[in-house]
Design a protein around this ligand. Sequence first.
Ligand SMILES: Nc1ncnc2c1ncn2[C@@H]1O[C@H](COP(=O)(O)OP(=O)(O)OP(=O)(O)O)[C@@H](O)[C@H]1O
Length: 304
Amino acid sequence: MTAIQITNVEKRYKSLQALGGVSLTIEEGEFFGLLGPNGAGKTTLISIIAGLIRPDAGKVTIHGHDVTGDFRAARKKLGVVPQELVFDPFFTVRETLRLQSGYFGLPNNDAWIDEVMHNLDLTNKADTNMRALSGGMKRRVLVAQALVHKPPVIVLDEPTAGVDVELRQTLWQFITRLNREGHTVVLTTHYLEEAQAMCKRVAMLKLGKVVALDSMAALIRRISGSQLVLNLREGELPADLRHLVSHPDLTDEGRKYSLRINDYAEVEPILARLRETGVHIDEMQLQQADLEDIFLQIMDKGSV
Ligand SMILES: Nc1ncnc2c1ncn2[C@@H]1O[C@H](COP(=O)(O)OP(=O)(O)OP(=O)(O)O)[C@@H](O)[C@H]1O
């Protein structure tokens, strides 16, 4: 079954086109990554999926329910962890979660609330007032809130922005378990390592358009080569090697260069050329291509 169907969605804020015709199909049980630089339109798309803002054109359904025409049914299928910390300061953690359960018509939800709190390491904060929690703890409550009604589709908008390693691990363990049990997960994050570790399929957005859509494995394969990262002590990279530089913007004042190579055999001639021109190397590393390389290339050029 299709979990989320997004068809030709458009959204404008006055003269700014935030989404310019986005179409995506996310199947039930997927762990899907929605990536893109600041302002690409990820939060706008998530807000449309959550029924918080209306698209100017196009359609979104969740498990077949239209998010505008059939809002209540669509919303029941969906748990959203928003990017911003929004909460009511007058309630305790448990009260907040009970209240949220009430919105979904679940008055006797304590067993699941206890399990969610346990899995997010919130149990010893259950009776603490929301305003007394640290930022990281509040974020845990936001995650718990999104899960109180056991939604089959979970959307997380930057859930690990500014949170500590411990919460990341707790969160990913729990989300991975829910995904294994059949929940669909959609994640936006600026931590590409995290996306690479978690997501099986990825869409990259740029200026409101999908510029890449593929499985993680296929995206990584698109860049078959590795990077030879050189830190030069003296001299500059010879002009005839410059076409190999993969991220000119990361070049550090003529000292640090990332060269794209397809085969380890290409390393030796590069080193020989540097020796010939009297360039000394301070440090050298060989790095496998990762999602960050692909992301930078797609965002630079629009394709790999
Ligand atoms: N309420 C609004 N009014 C006007 N412009 C808006 C509004 N919300 C978003 N925008 C603009 O729409 C574009 C897309 O924003 P959006 O927040 O969806 O991007 P994003 O990909 O989530 O970015 P980030 O990674 O920074 O969270 C941006 O240029 C943003 O400035």
